[in-house]
Design a protein around this ligand. Structure first.
Ligand code: FE
Length: 337
């Protein structure tokens, strides 16, 4: 039977702590939402008989794992963004996993070289372009977004948001510091308004004719289409997959990591291997309109319909390391100011 415990219950009753090492279970701390995790947990338990206990956290995962130390009940953490994955690893609360199934299933550029974190899905950071005001071939590269021809026509969320910091880190990887600063300045000059709101709010602004282009993650297109209130925002734009001049489209990831404590290590490995199986990959990708990482797993038809694209081959671990420099450049050009 699958059990999904709320955080409060887990803390109050400590059902996990009370369990013995013989119990067939695995414990997850998740920043990902219950509706994304539930179908996978159910399928895993169905296939293996191993119970999965999930604590859904909204914040404080690193602090909690640090405080619990080797007494932590958690075996695995599920989260999004290389920023969060590397923060957990940098805090010293994870362990390296050396596993042939994982290595075959997760491309080398989408995992920690030491095996501390593994991507499970990807999302591209793309351009949303007004169907009415932007031609089909007008946007092709990230570099071009700084061209003065777009002056006053672009909407974006804060430059300091992790999604944009990762994109800037990718720019830095491809072009170096001076060029990145020039690009950020050009992009800032092209903004229709000061950075504000989330990725979906930018598409809403295109729908409201406040701007013609925005930058956002791919899965928000699926989410907007599924929301009766937001569907017309989504219908007003085309998804465009820009590339770096010498690379591909920037992607970020959702991922998994094993805690240092991992009291149920063997079951945790089984869960990780399950998560990269084509079956689980397709479920996990589909529920949030993302792309699976494992060879042979396909995105949902809606997502596939947005078109094939070239993924930037850069090592995400390298982008993670460039984040502090990227953030500093965003602040130096006063991007949000
Ligand atoms: Fe998001």
């Amino acid at each position: 039977m699958t059990k999904i415990h709320a955080t409060a219950l887990l803390v109050a009753a400590s059902p996990i702590l009370a369990s013995t090492a013989q119990a067939e279970e695995v414990n997850l701390y998740s920043y990902r939402q219950p509706e994304l995790v539930a179908p996978l947990v159910e399928a895993f338990t169905e296939a293996t008989g191993i119970d999965v206990n999930v604590a859904f956290l909204e914040q404080g995962m690193v602090e909690r794992l640090k405080a619990e130390g080797m007494r932590s009940p958690a075996d695995l953490v599920l989260t999004v963004d290389i920023a969060r994955l590397s923060a957990i690893v940098d805090a010293g609360v994870t362990q390296a996993v050396d596993d042939a199934v994982l290595e075959e299933s997760v491309p080398a550029n989408l995992r920690d070289p030491e095996g501390h974190w593994w991507a499970l899905t990807t999302r591209a950071r793309i351009v949303y372009a007004s169907k009415e005001r932007v031609g089909p071939e007008e946007v092709t590269t990230y570099e071009d977004l700084a061209d003065p021809k777009w002056e006053g026509r672009i909407c974006m969320r804060s430059g300091t948001h992790p999604y944009n910091v990762a994109l800037t880190a990718a720019y830095l990887h491809h072009h170096g510091e001076e060029a990145t600063k020039t690009w950020l300045t050009g992009l800032k000059n092209n903004l229709a308004r000061k950075p504000q709101g989330n990725d979906r709010a930018q598409v809403r602004a295109i729908w409201a004719s406040e701007c013609d282009l925005s930058i956002g993650n791919t899965y928000y297109l699926g989410k907007m289409l599924a929301d009766p209130e937001q569907k017309e925002w989504a219908d007003s734009v085309n998804p465009v997959f820009p590339v770096f001049e010498e690379g591909g489209a920037h992607v970020n990831v959702s991922g998994i990591a094993m805690t240092k404590a991992a009291p149920n290590r063997e079951n945790a490995i089984k869960f990780m291997e399950f998560m990269v199986s084509p079956e689980a990959q397709e479920i996990y990708a589909e529920v949030n309109y993302e792309y699976p990482v494992a060879p042979g797993a396909e995105p949902a038809p809606l997502v596939a319909g947005w078109g094939d694209f070239t993924v930037d081959p850069v090592d995400l671990a390298e982008l993670a390391a460039l984040r502090p420099d990227a953030l500093r450049l965003v602040e130096e050009v006063d991007f949000d100011g």
